[in-house]
Design a protein around this ligand. Structure first.
Ligand code: SF4
Length: 367
């Protein structure tokens, strides 16, 4: 079982790092967890340009001049949890909708026609709306049309993840939201999500079930972003030791305006986000780093090649939103509203290739 270090101690550890610690970290070929604390510290802020250059070099070596693309399909905005920061929270009076299998397939067909070959199926956490049977049925319909079908739904058991893996789901994303256990209790008011430890062990269950890729991440804007970054690195480090053949990704969602109008508890600037991305790239050259349409076009374009490896594009966060642009009940408003073509043009302008597919089921070992 993964046991995260005490969050407040991580904060203190980071704040105690000096310029000398940062320079030592930058001189390491492969910074370790202790070095990462320095790279995440305020003392590293004057070294951002140097970190960006190193992150760019590592990303180019490992991933080439490419940016992978994906799009989310929101299946349902029903949720039985009350998370104070989320538009789908059971408390919020939004129009609720769960797509039928046919409607979900239609949304997927729209994205397929646009050129996407990697989709992420997202839903609120409500067993009575989206359960394993429903996800299995969708996976079986989509598995031959898409190279990769990822899910971001409620945490499941290893057995259920394995069942979905056999049906064609290739990846699972599950975000801890915050590794700060005390704050976690305060922002998750009711529902199954109040169980910090069950959620924390979910990435390991997904990997144990055979998923090709597992995504983790904090929701930036809840607690100290520096300590969240170090916590993620501890989690990643542990997961890599247990599951050497699984690919891992980290997302950095920053809070966006949403129903309920919850104000972020901590401000995380674009500069802070960049430092976090550069530091993690230096720490783990192989990890996929995702930047979604929560971020604005200007920022996303500027970060191409500097660490991130995968972008969402042309995203809609309301169930049924691709087929019906008037669909209500979005999870949050997006920051980059450009179409897939526009995002691809921006990627090419930077001298990179947009990649719609970097995996094929044919590569999958038999199970
Ligand atoms: S963050 Fe997830 S679990 Fe919490 S209210 Fe939103 S959809 Fe539900």
């Amino acid at each position: 079982m993964f046991e995260p270090p005490e969050f407040k101690q991580l904060s203190e550890q980071i704040l105690g790092r000096t310029t000398a610690d940062v320079e030592k970290a930058l001189s390491c070929k492969r910074p370790e967890l202790a070095n990462l604390a320095a790279l995440l510290s305020p003392a590293a802020e004057p070294y951002l340009q140097q970190m960006a250059a190193r992150a760019s070099e590592i990303t180019l070596n490992r991933f080439g001049r490419t940016t992978q693309l994906y799009a989310p399909i929101y299946l349902s905005n029903y949720c039985t949890n009350r998370c104070v920061y989320c538009g789908f929270s059971a408390d919020n009076h939004i129009k609720r909708k769960c797509l039928t299998l046919d409607a979900a397939e239609s949304e997927a067909a729209i994205l397929h026609d646009r050129g996407f070959r990697h989709i992420l199926l997202v839903s609120g956490e409500a067993e009575n709306a989206v359960n394993v049977e429903y996800m299995e049925a969708i996976a079986l319909r989509l598995r031959d049309k898409f190279a990769a079908v990822s899910i971001e739904i409620q945490p499941l058991s290893t057995e259920d993840y394995h069942r979905l893996f056999l049906a064609g789901i290739t990846a699972v994303a599950v975000y801890q939201e915050t590794y700060d256990r005390d704050l976690y209790r305060k922002v998750h008011l009711s529902g199954k999500k109040t169980d910090y430890d069950y959620r924390l062990q979910t990435p390991a269950r997904a990997a144990a079930a055979g998923m090709r890729e597992v995504g983790i991440g904090p929701l930036l804007g809840l607690s100290d972003w520096r300590a969240e970054g170090l916590s993620i690195a501890h989690h990643l480090h542990w997961l890599r030791k247990q599951f050497w053949s699984t690919a891992f990704t980290v997302s950095f969602p920053r809070m966006r305006p949403a129903a309920g109008e919850f104000a972020p508890l901590q401000l995380v600037s674009e500069r802070n986000l960049s430092q976090l991305i550069f530091a993690l790239r230096l720490f783990d050259p192989d990890v996929g780093l995702l930047v979604s349409t929560r971020e604005e076009a200007r920022y996303r374009d500027g970060m191409i090649g500097l660490g991130p490896t995968r972008y969402s594009a042309g995203s809609c966060t309301a169930p049924g939103g691709y087929g019906d642009s008037d669909s209500e009940g979005e999870q949050f408003s997006v920051g980059d509203n450009r179409s897939l073509e526009e995002v691809c043009a921006a990627i090419r302008k930077k001298g990179f290739d947009p990649v719609y597919k970097d995996w094929d089921r044919e590569f999958q070992h038999s199970t």
